[in-house]
Design a binder for this molecule. Sequence first.
Ligand code: ACO
Length: 316
Amino acid sequence: MSVAERVLNNADLEKMVDTSDEWIVSRTGISERRISESDQGASYFGQRAACQALERAGVRAADVDAVIVTSVTGDQIFPSTSCLIQSAIGASNSAAFDVGAACAGFIYGLEVATSMIKCGTFDNALVVGVDVLTKFVDWTDRSTCILFGDGGGAVYMEASDDERGVLASVLKADGGGARHIHMKAGGTLNPASRPLQEGVTPYLFMAGQEVYRFAVKAMEDSCKSVLAKAGMSIDNVDLFVPHQANLRIITAASDRLGLSRDKVFVNVHKYGNMSAGSIPVGLCEAEAEGRLKVGDLVMTVGFGAGLVWGANLIRW
Ligand code: ACO
């Protein structure tokens, strides 16, 4: 995993906008977040996380079959962030492509890699989840600037006869909800070369309450579906690693699922919402803390701009 070094805490934000530590902590659970520097894009964090994952797996970059990057904050419109990372880490014999599913990106990426390995397209894959959403934050908008942080993580997966890996996934989308979270500037309808059209800003927009309501239900539904698909129950889950957007959302969804708090991984208080980066960073930290061991059943769930959502059930 690799997160931005610079820490922006709630006291810092109190000096920037009309907010308070008390409001931010009680509404979101976030105490501080990590902010990237101007010369650090998604590939900066992604390549560091990718190198770590390969080192831990004891695999040479040249032996990687696919570099799959899940991100909505690529360094540039094209080429893909996966190509930039592939080159930076020396994965010279791999395919490379991006999967864009916002905060559910890593959920989608893990299933894409699993399916392509299962059907024989690749023998192995490196899946990187990374986002640097603070680049698109309006630092005068108190309703969004408190929420986000920058960083990501990576996992290495390979074909194997044992029962480890992604057992089942649920991937969902509702493009009708695109209006709830978006970033319009810089795309082909509003290219960087032209003055922005009326109503378009160079910042991310989020309708917080709508997203909140959607998120709790989406998390509950996709977790129940993925468990049913695998023929398992919530009691089989050893660790729940949800997308880290807001502690209230995580708590509400965990309670609805009947999960005890000791099975729920949380790090949103120190990183904020790292979008596609939050679940892989959570998996890396959970393993480093000894909360995730070989053979454990881990359930991940994510939701975000699209709207998109989904869950994976993984035998670690
Ligand atoms: N400090 C103090 N007051 C604030 C702040 C702030 N930082 N932000 C908003 N307020 C005020 C509002 O102006 C409003 O004041 P008013 O009642 O006088 O109008 C009041 O607080 C309540 O605002 P709400 O928006 O109703 O606050 P809410 O409890 O819904 O919390 C939040 C807002 C934290 C954004 C919440 O809605 C949320 O977490 N939503 C989900 C976000 C999310 O999960 N996004 C993930 C996807 S992101 C992606 O995919 C890129």
